[in-house]
Design a protein around this ligand. Structure first.
Ligand code: BV8
Ligand code: ZN
Length: 236
């Protein structure tokens, strides 16, 4: 692909595949099962209402795992891209592992929430997960002592910052989608919107995503191997 034009506004969307080489299992790799649980039991408000102990155990485990791994070359390639483009670069992630921020990216939108935050639906406050009592079976809110919930967007809940995302999509000249199967909406629909709005669209994915037909370019393989070279090529 030709190098990036000086006027390009780049929007990146990432999914679980970009964290795979950091050692975090993707959603699909376990055929829709996460650590032996059905998605609707651990990633839905109904599941949380039914068994908050199970859901907290599931998220505490994923939080500890996310804290124990490192960003990989794909994350650092996106940091390099943001350094070169400044506010003409924005990164939307479906991931909740916090690895993009740990790699140094600043313009990040965590549209499905984050393992690093807990949310009290009673008093509305949010707290860094490192500051709450994870030893408690059901961590209590430091303000009102009621039960916290993970600050994660579950299935059936509305993703965060959709209006912000829409305005970024409206102005993007290039949408780069990395490591996502294109199963989950509304994220999977961004490439259609970008195409419709006249942006160039590019996918880097281990296997063909569901919405493959909407990409102008598709680089098949591991993001950690492909992305650093692509970014160096673009920044020449
Ligand atoms: C909403 C937090 C209403 C949880 C997540 C029927 C049809 C269409 C849609 C629906 C439907 N029924 C219900 C819906 C809506 C639903 C949905 O899309 N369901 C799907 C399953 C059909 N969506 C919702 O409920 C969303 N909310 O719709 O609200 C609304 C919306 C807008 C306006 C008004 C109202 C909320 C969805 C958010 C759910 N929460 N995450 C948690 O993480 O604990 S989603 C969760 O699963 C992840 O965040 C991620 O988004 C998703 C998994 O997807 P991927 O990231 O793509 O991961 P996956 O494993 O699938 O793919 C990995 C890819 O990487 C693979 O392609 C693989 O090839 C590739 N890969 C692997 N290794 C590498 C690699 N690529 C490169 N390099 C590698 N090394
Ligand atoms: Zn509270």
């Amino acid at each position: 692909m030709k190098t990036i034009n000086p006027t390009d506004r780049i929007l990146v969307l990432t999914g679980a595949g970009i964290s795979a080489e950091s050692g975090i299992r993707t959603f699909r790799a376990s055929d829709g099962l996460w650590e032996e649980h059905r998605v609707e039991d651990v990633a839905s408000p109904q599941g949380f209402a039914r068994d908050p102990h199970l859901v907290w155990r599931f998220y505490k485990k994923r939080y500890k795992q996310a804290m124990s791994v490192e960003p990989n070359p794909a994350h650092y390639a996106l940091k390099k891209l943001e350094d070169a483009l400044g506010d003409r670069f924005w990164l939307i992630t479906q991931n909740v592992d916090g690895l993009h921020s740990r790699a140094g990216n600043k313009n990040v939108i965590e549209m499905h929430g984050s393992l690093n935050t807990a949310w009290c639906t009673h008093c509305g406050n949010r707290f860094p997960t490192e500051e709450i009592d994870l030893e408690a079976e059901l961590p209590p809110c430091p303000s009102c002592n009621k039960m916290l919930r993970p600050d994660i967007v579950w299935f059936g809940e509305i993703p965060y910052q959709l209006d912000r995302i829409q305005s970024l999509l409206d102005r993007a000249t290039l949408l780069i989608v990395i490591g996502t199967s294109g199963n989950v909406y509304p994220a999977a629909g961004f490439v259609m919107q970008a195409r419709f709005l006249g942006a160039r669209t590019l996918s880097v994915n281990l296997d063909a995503p569901e919405n493959k037909g909407f990409f102008n370019e598709f680089y098949q393989g591991k993001a950690g191997e492909i992305l650093p070279h692509l970014v160096d090529e673009w920044l020449k």
